[in-house]
Design a binder for this molecule. Structure first.
Ligand code: DX5
Ligand code: ZN
Length: 221
């Protein structure tokens, strides 16, 4: 199956947020990755459900892939569901009761994702494999766009692909952090289903469409 690209709006021009989101969707990509940061789980602040709600009518057909980099993400599930999220990903390091949090996301009708910081091993997911729809492998420490790729963290991609086969599970493997024309082919080869890309798309010198096209060129069809 072709790899999905999820343009990450963190790297978009925030003064033209809606327009940039529309430009990403106009390339044919259906996912938009939305990074919510609380200044506590990660050392940076972005935006909350209000911004997601404002984007919903601007991009009515887009799949909103919300990545919560916040402590106690269970407190915000309802707000993001109401705002128009389709997938909600929480950090395993940020919630004390992961299974309950994932169940709440699914009950609300969204795909339930778990993000792993670079130092968090994938084995920790073994007992919630039946509760999740997506694993987000962070290949940078979350908090900022434009950081350097951590190859050791990317080793989790083939490990998760193997775990998925062994367990007969169907979760998607998504990768977030320094996805670009150099790193994307190896990640796709190793089993990634979704590649989140911020700088590579929104900071491409020729624009958003050129950023998407450059990535598409190095990925299998
Ligand atoms: C980082 C965010 C990423 C970010 C990636 O904490 O989760 O989604 O946008 O940015 P790039 O693609 O520039 O590494
Ligand atoms: Zn993200």
């Amino acid at each position: 199956m072709a790899v999905l690209l999820a343009p990450s709006l963190l790297a978009a021009d925030h003064a033209r947020f809606g327009e940039q989101a529309q430009a990403a969707v106009a390339t044919g990509e259906t996912w938009l990755h939305i990074d919510v940061m609380d200044g506590q789980f990660v050392p940076n602040l972005t935006f909350g459900a209000q911004v997601v709600r404002a984007l919903r009518p601007v991009c009515p057909t887009a799949f909103f892939d919300v990545h919560l980099m916040v402590v106690e993400p269970e407190r915000y599930i309802e707000a993001f569901v109401e705002a128009g999220a389709h997938a909600i990903t929480v950090h395993i390091e940020a919630t004390a009761h992961l299974q309950r949090t994932l169940a709440a996301i699914r009950e609300a009708g969204c795909l339930a994702g778990v993000a792993l910081n670079p130092a968090t091993p994938p084995e920790t997911l073994r007992y919630v494999l039946g509760d999740l729809d997506m694993v987000l492998v962070m290949t940078v420490n979350p908090g900022f766009g434009g950081q350097a790729f951590l190859p050791t963290a990317a080793r989790k991609v083939p490990e998760l692909a193997q775990l998925r086969v062994e367990a007969g599970a169907g979760f998607k493997i998504s990768v977030d952090g320094s996805v670009n024309v150099k790193t994307a082919p190896g990640l796709a080869h190793d089993g990634a289903d979704v590649l989140v890309a911020g700088s590579a798309i929104f900071n491409h010198p020729l624009g958003v469409a050129a950023g998407v096209a450059a990535l598409r060129e190095v990925l299998p069809v």
